[in-house]
Design a protein around this ligand. Structure first.
Ligand SMILES: [Cu+2]
Length: 210
């Protein structure tokens, strides 16, 4: 089934603003999102599959109970610079805008494939430096991002429907702050067709799965 998204395109010539650089920095370190409604969470930590070809795993804890946590208003940015996508793995929430940005004076494009069925969901040119294309994912899933101009360009977008998710370190370690409770732990890794999935209970003192 084709997953429908929302696309907005615009050509801009603005140089990088500080805000954008900070946003990319925050994504690069893979920090977990803040807890909805406060930070009275506990640490859930483990070690999952280590990075492969430079692509780290993504870990998500999907709460059994409904959690009201709107997607971040600020866009997640996938930059195109030095003939590479940055970051290589982008974690976004359902409903959060992804901004694809051409960060250099080269012709690129964005060719987005749904990994569930290999169907193209977006294929747009990014002709000049500063060009941006916005896209909103309306369902959770995993997507490959390629540039047809530069076959070496490759990235992945993991769209999650939980506020408790993070990009793991390259050695596979991660920490997520969560309220105590029952969760499904899911792990996305670039080499695994099937996600690791298990039910976990996070007690009041937190949990180290290791
Ligand atoms: Cu390119």
């Amino acid at each position: 089934m084709l997953k429908k998204g929302k696309v907005e395109m615009q050509g801009t010539h603005r140089p990088f603003g500080l805000t954008l650089i900070l946003a990319i920095g925050a994504l690069a370190v893979g920090s977990a999102w803040a807890l909805p409604g406060g930070d009275d969470g506990v640490v859930a930590a483990d070690k999952v599959a280590k990075a492969s070809r430079g692509f780290p795993s993504v870990v998500m804890l999907v709460p059994a109970a409904n959690v009201s946590a709107p997607a971040p208003a600020e866009p997640a940015v996938l930059n195109q610079v030095n003939k590479a996508f940055e970051p290589g793995v982008l974690l976004v929430r359902v409903g959060q805008t992804v901004t694809f940005r051409n960060g250099e004076s080269l012709l690129h494009n964005v060719h987005l494939f749904d990994l569930a069925n290999d169907e193209t969901v977006l294929n747009v040119a990014q002709p000049i430096e500063g060009w941006t294309t916005d896209y909103v994912f309306e369902q959770a899933g995993a997507y490959a991002v390629l540039c047809d101009v530069h076959p070496e360009m490759e990235a992945y977008i993991v769209v999650v429907d939980t506020p408790y998710a993070t990009v793991a370190e390259s050695d596979g370690s991660f920490e997520i702050m969560v309220p105590p409770g029952d969760y499904t732990l899911e792990v996305w890794s670039v080499n695994d067709k099937k996600r690791r999935q298990e039910e976990v209970h996070v007690p009041a003192e937190g949990l180290e799965f290791r």
